[in-house]
Ligand binder design. Structure first.
Ligand code: PEP
Length: 251
């Protein structure tokens, strides 16, 4: 059985005070929930304070990015060891906004995933096609390219710690959610790729989240799909109320 995982990607929102306020509200409203793994991914500056606020709760901490080198003269970058020391268990890697605005390639995503795993962080690896790709009938080609090359060289043991987030770029922050059938079709395809790359056990075990305009109104039908194991939530994770409703919509 794959445990449902709902992660909130706060992107470049929330000062430290705002982060604490949000997570304090959230922790009270999800206090009794065990059946869903809950992760929040604040900006780097809020990680330590959010960690303090969620100590001894059912909420886990994730970062939104990392760098692959251990340390060095890489101004502005944050290493996986630093994230670990700030209390992170997860790290989002290869988000489409990083691919689109900061030129991240599959090769970079792969290096980051390996670095995260080396430090004992669990990578949430994002994959997904743009609108033009989908219109041109290239969805599966793009997703295959992202999955195969982002995960290249990862062992079976590594894969047990990886979460894949299928995030069609046309659905992120647009209010246009993929239909449950569109999501399930790609999730099933990714599971098939994992079977080819590894084996049936890995394919059955790896959790695949859907991301792209997930809201309280659409989570129930998405999560009901066989191969949808959770969600990576942007906008709707910025309010405790909507994020809580999404989490509760998975129960
Ligand atoms: C995201 O940031 O990964 C995301 C899916 O954003 P939104 O939920 O706002 O579409």
């Amino acid at each position: 059985m794959r445990r449902v995982i709902i992660a909130g990607n706060w992107k470049m929102y929330k000062t430290i005070d705002e982060s604490i306020e949000l997570v304090n509200l959230l922790k009270r409203s999800v206090v009794d929930i065990d059946d869903v793994e809950i992760v929040v991914c604040p900006p780097f500056t809020s990680l330590s304070d959010v960690r303090e606020s969620i100590m001894d709760t059912n909420i886990k901490l994730g970062a939104q990015d990392c760098y692959w080198e251990k340390e060095g003269a890489f101004t502005g970058e944050v290493s996986c060891a630093m994230l670990k020391s700030a209390g992170c268990e997860y790290v989002i890697i290869g988000h489409s906004e990083r691919r689109q605005f900061f030129g991240e390639t599959n090769e970079m995503v792969n290096k980051k995933a390996k670095a995260a795993l080396r430090e004992g962080l669990k990578p949430i690896v994002c994959v997904g096609e743009k609108l033009d790709d989908r219109r041109a009938g290239k969805t599966f080609d793009v997703v295959k390219d992202h999955v195969v090359n982002s995960l290249s060289g990862l062992t079976r043991e590594d894969m047990m710690k990886v979460v894949i987030a299928y995030e069609p770029v046309w659905a992120i922050g647009t209010g246009v959610v993929a239909t449950k059938d569109q999501a399930e079709e790609v999730h099933k395809y990714i599971r098939g790729l994992l079977k080819d790359m590894y084996d049936a056990n890995i394919a059955d075990s790896v959790r695949i989240q859907y991301g792209g305009s997930v809201k309280p109104e659409n989570i129930r039908e998405l999560i009901a799909e066989e191969d949808v194991d959770g969600a990576l939530v942007g906008g709707a994770s910025l309010k405790a109320d909507s994020f809580t409703q999404i989490i509760k919509g998975c129960l």
